[in-house]
Design a protein around this ligand. Structure first.
Ligand SMILES: Nc1ncnc2c1ncn2[C@@H]1O[C@H](COP(=O)(O)OP(=O)(O)O)[C@@H](O)[C@H]1O
Ligand SMILES: Nc1ccn([C@H]2C[C@H](O)[C@@H](COP(=O)(O)OP(=O)(O)O)O2)c(=O)n1
Length: 669
């Protein structure tokens, strides 16, 4: 997951390959609650691991539910309709799929509960559900603003009998919450729910009914107005259940296939985990994508998508049946041959954020003309590539805003897109950007590189690794490659001199090296510490002076240039390996400072060190690195010099991040 302040996505060119999608949030949280209410143990396979499911699991545990996780599945021991803990303070984050159904279930089961969430959750209405539950005799009090969480739930004085009326035109989650909870009161008589007003998001109700059937509750539905839970209904665990992948998440990859030409190796985008026969309403996004020109084929649990019409066809569509996935249509509209109208999407206003306003504001930043109505959005794409803008997309703590706007990186103007707070995707798809980058392709020249070159112990590694961490970029420690080569040569019995240049270069060419987090593996052995000694550094300096060795390592170094970007440190990153890098830093510090830093570093790691010797050695290494014939250590002509003798690490990092921001087209957001 990218937990950075922002993620800059370089201009993307093409996409192809297979993505395996995470489980559906809607199905996951429904199944968790139903499993908890049931008698018996339910083993849940492919459960989504995300913020919202963690919130639900945490709440169920607080209520006394036994939950055992193992590889690929979670076992829930059902409470059989009786809570073990009837007092709890439940913090439910921003998970509507936890707040609403838990409110209903706990209000019927009775106890002393407080349900709260993040600030945005306290702005999301729940009054219609509370009103419906109060008709039954449930005791629910508002602890803040009337009609919104946080709530206190007490013991009910249930008066079953009359039909329960609930509004259906604000959020279908109210009806879902009642449908999932009311079987608790249906032991002796039928329970009837009547929907007041036009029911929105019907497909989500279909998911609820489908899952209830899995758990032994056969709800009778009369049109979309009246639902009857038959007397004698009892939750019964199905034993094991598989969670379908999230059809709303599939929308980003369906759109990806529709707007991109395939890569040379792979024509289509293949999506695994969900097929056209999914029980999720958002799967009907397929129809909308086809209307816009996408070519889609499907089989059991998979979809394959490729570009058909290009540019895409503009559409005029009632999106009430696919409220979440419709956000992706708004981004596809940027690539259409005229204005697209997305209608009947008023529910966007009460989601994670006011999505109508948010989408309009962010689409405009990209250069689109957008008309925002009470319940519609009209998107006119930028008139030509020159009308596109490089935008920093504010994401409003809304996972879907972050995910759908990433696709704007395929703009024809070749502009990057900045996604602010990219970790908000954790709500439903923590590894979304990794999945996107695994399929997306762009020219290497478009993948940004920051080079940090300089003498030993100037702090290159520290600076480069920190920059990479802060930007979500890959990190190349090129010195490590020379250190590993020297180690491998030594282990092969080769003297590190010109006489063995060809043999050492041959070793370097097929270096069996793997970087795993902070660890370095050579041929199956952990060499992380072995390459960090001063002797290893000196040996690296020796092999690095051999021209054939340098040539042998070029391809390996270039292979680190991957989406979304790279920070590389060494001696010749800016001069030889990545001469087109957007930002080149030449980092220095006085020999005295450097010797002292290295001394402290070695001592802290438990390596013996003598300060004077270190200084002599590093000056010898500087001299060799700077005077060799090939790729000598020197600043690139366009490098920015940074002497950090008197700077802290944080000051150096901030200085370079400031330079980096100054080179981006997004302004200083
Ligand atoms: N600006 C700085 N001020 C003080 N110490 C630093 C600074 N930058 C790095 N260091 C410390 O100096 C030591 C050497 O840094 P390192 O990144 O390994 O250097 P290099 O990669 O250039 O050899 C580390 O212990 C690091 O914490
Ligand atoms: N791009 C590079 C990186 C390192 N080298 C050589 C020269 C250096 O003395 C050794 C070791 O580099 P490394 O960056 O690991 O060394 P320091 O951490 O700066 O002490 O490798 C090189 O020639 N070119």
């Amino acid at each position: 997951m990218f937990a950075t302040e922002f993620l800059d996505i370089p201009p993307l060119q093409a996409a192809g390959g297979t993505v395996v999608l995470p489980g559906s949030k809607s199905i996951s949280n429904r199944v968790l609650l139903l499993a908890a209410l049931s008698a018996g143990t339910t083993t849940v396979h492919d459960l989504l691991d995300s913020d919202d499911t963690r919130v639900m699991l945490g709440a169920l545990q607080q209520l006394g539910c036994d939950i055992v996780r193992s590889e690929g599945c979670v076992a829930i021991e059902g409470l059989g309709g009786r809570l073990k803990n009837a007092r709890a303070q439940l913090f439910l984050g921003n998970a509507g799929t936890a707040m609403r159904p838990l409110t209903a279930a706990l209000a019927l089961l009775g106890g002393d509960f407080e349900l709260s969430g993040v600030a945005r959750m306290h702005e999301r209405p729940i009054g219609d559900l509370v009103d419906a539950l109060r008709q039954l005799g449930c005791r629910i009090d508002y602890l803040g603003q009337e009609g919104y969480p946080p709530l206190r739930v007490g013991a009910p004085a249930l008066q079953p009998g009359a039909p329960i009326r609930v509004r259906g035109d604000v959020s279908s989650q109210f009806l879902t919450a009642l449908l999932m909870a009311l079987p608790l009161t249906a032991a002796a008589q039928d329970v009837v729910i009547e929907v007041v007003g036009e029911l929105i998001s019907k497909p989500y109700i279909e998911i609820t009914l489908n899952l209830l059937a899995h758990f032994g509750i056969a709800v009778r539905r009369d049109s979309w107005q009246r639902f009857t839970i038959p007397a004698g209904s009892r939750y019964q665990s199905p034993g094991a259940i598989h969670i379908e992948a999230d059809a709303s998440s599939a929308s980003y990859f369906i759109a990806l296939g529709a707007i991109t030409a395939g890569t040379s190796g792979q024509k289509d985008v293949r999506i695994e985990g969900v097929g056209a026969d999914s029980i999720q309403g958002d799967i009907r996004f397929i129809e909308a994508a086809r209307l816009m020109g996408a070519q889609i084929v499907s089989g059991p649990n998979w979809l394959e998508v490729s570009r058909g019409a290009w540019p895409l066809h503009a559409i005029d569509l009632d999106c009430n049946h696919i409220p979440d996935a419709a956000m992706t249509l708004a981004i596809m509209a940027l690539f259409a041959d005229g204005p697209s109208l997305l209608r009947n999407i008023a529910s966007w206003r009460v989601k994670e954020t006011d999505r109508l306003t948010a989408m309009a504001a962010e689409l405009r930043k990209l250069g689109a003309m957008v008309e925002e109505g009470a319940d519609f959005l009209r998107v006119t794409p930028p008139a030509s590539p020159a009308h596109w803008r490089a935008a920093s997309i504010h994401t409003y703590d809304d996972h879907r805003v972050a995910m759908c706007f990433s696709l704007a990186a395929f703009n024809p103007a070749g502009l990057p897109v900045r996604i602010e707070d990219p970790k908000c995707v954790a709500k439903t798809f923590p590894d979304y950007f990794e999945a996107l980058f695994a399929l997306a392709h762009t020219f290497a020249a478009r993948i940004p590189v920051i080079c940090v070159d300089g003498p030993t112990a100037s702090g290159k590694g520290t600076l480069a690794a920190t920059l990479a961490h802060r930007l979500g970029y890959h990190y190349l420690d090129s010195g490590a490659l020379y250190r590993i080569t020297a180690l491998a040569a030594g282990r092969a019995g080769l003297a590190l001199d010109a006489a063995h240049e060809v043999a050492i270069a041959a070793l370097a060419q097929r270096l069996p090296v793997r970087f795993v987090g902070d660890q370095v593996w050579l041929d199956g052995a952990d060499v992380t510490d072995a390459i960090r000694t001063e002797e290893a550094g000196m040996n690296a300096s020796k092999v690095s002076a051999l021209p054939a060795v340098r040539t042998a390592l070029i391809t390996l170094q270039h292979s680190f240039r991957q989406l979304p970007g790279l920070v590389a440190d060494g001696r010749d990153m800016g001069t030889v390996i990545f001469p087109d890098a957007l930002l080149k830093i030449y980092l220095t510090a006085s020999a005295g400072h450097r010797a002292e830093r290295r001394y402290k570093q070695l001592i802290s790691k438990g390596f013996p060190a003598i300060l004077d010797n270190l200084r002599t050695d590093l000056e010898a290494r500087d001299a060799r690195d700077s005077s060799r014939s090939v790729a000598p250590l020197k600043p690139a002509g366009d490098a920015l010099l940074l002497d950090n003798s008197d700077l802290t690490i944080e000051e150096s990092v901030n200085q370079v991040l400031g330079w980096w921001r100054g080179k981006q087209p997004f302004g200083t957001s």
